[in-house]
Design a protein around this ligand. Structure first.
Ligand code: HEM
Length: 274
């Protein structure tokens, strides 16, 4: 595990440190991970990443903020609990903007997938429900060519955006005068909602003692990179670097969208009740 943000930033910027790849498989959940950008390296990652960036460029963050705020106010007026609004509205907003069929069902499907998505490990008891959620999310996509990539956007949006909204609302209780933008900046810097990611150590860094020793498997070189650790380069006037959205060629492509949606929801939930 690597804690210091300066070391983590160096690794995230180094293309020799690869992401652990998705295991092959044919179940709907395995196909979703296999077709995503998140678990593939090299030219396949670059190509999928370009498709995602083009798709995200079709979505206007300012529009997403307005839509998320309107949906949050509507839910609040209907008596929905703020924690449930934070959990559902980000994915619901994105799903509608992406033209997904039945956008109101997308949050539950994304929530079912978000847990096992990062590691690929599914509890046996959950297998069939996870596969049904993957089938539904991919099947509802408006993208005829790359439906798995639209589904990936919704799964990746779920926990991280919910986590950001939750931590901002918590901060708002103690800092009623702070603007939502200030609270979001502080939350991203000090308590990022995605606390860690993983890489396979580059061959230069492996600890093979001699040429005779067998090359370690990827699993033996798996490293956890903390995104919320200390930063040895921080100093008075120079806060710790921001790694909440990662860094390098795999940096979150949707940071502007995430911040816009979080702003829309938080602003709605901070409005005084009449
Ligand atoms: C506050 C909310 C969010 C946070 C903190 C966050 C954080 C991150 C981080 C740290 C990574 C890099 C992982 C790595 O390098 O291993 C990442 C990647 C990614 N995120 Fe986000 N994310 C957020 C919201 C979103 C949203 C709303 C979307 C979709 C609309 C999204 C889509 C993606 C995608 C597709 C990738 C993979 C990029 C690639 O494979 O090159 N994220 N995110």
């Amino acid at each position: 595990m690597i804690h210091d943000r300066s070391d983590v930033a160096r690794i995230l910027d180094d293309p020799d440190w690869r992401v652990p790849e998705a295991a092959p498989g044919t179940s709907p959940f395995e196909r979703l991970r296999n077709e995503a950008s998140r678990f593939v390296n090299g030219p396949a990652h670059d190509e999928r990443r370009a498709v995602l960036e083009a798709r995200l460029a079709e979505l206007d963050p300012a529009r997403l903020a307005l839509d998320a705020g309107a949906l949050a106010r509507e839910a609040l007026a209907a008596g929905v609990d703020p924690s449930e609004i934070s959990r559902r509205i980000p994915v619901r907003t994105l799903a509608a903007a992406l033209g997904v069929a039945n956008p109101e069902s997308a949050p539950e499907n994304a929530a079912m997938l978000a847990g096992p998505y990062a590691s690929g490990i599914v509890d046996v008891a959950d297998e069939s429900r996870v596969d049904v959620a993957a089938e539904r999310l991919v099947g509802a996509s408006a993208s005829a060519c790359r439906p798995e990539l639209d589904a990936q956007l919704l799964v990746q949006a779920h926990a991280a955006t919910n986590g950001l909204i939750t931590s901002v609302l918590r901060r708002a209780v103690a800092a009623t005068d702070a603007t939502t933008a200030e609270l979001i900046d502080a939350a991203l810097r000090d308590t990022p909602p995605v606390t860690a990611t993983r890489r396979v150590a580059s061959s230069d860094e492996r600890s093979t003692p001699s040429d005779q020793a067998p090359a370690p498997h990827d699993a033996d070189r798996l490293v956890e990179l903390r995104l919320d650790g200390p930063d040895r380069d921080a100093a008075p006037g120079a806060p710790p670097r921001l790694l909440a959205f990662g860094a390098g060629v795999r940096r979150c492509p949707a940071s502007a969208h995430a911040v816009a949606i979080a702003t829309g929801v938080v602003d709605a939930l901070r409005e005084p009740a009449c």
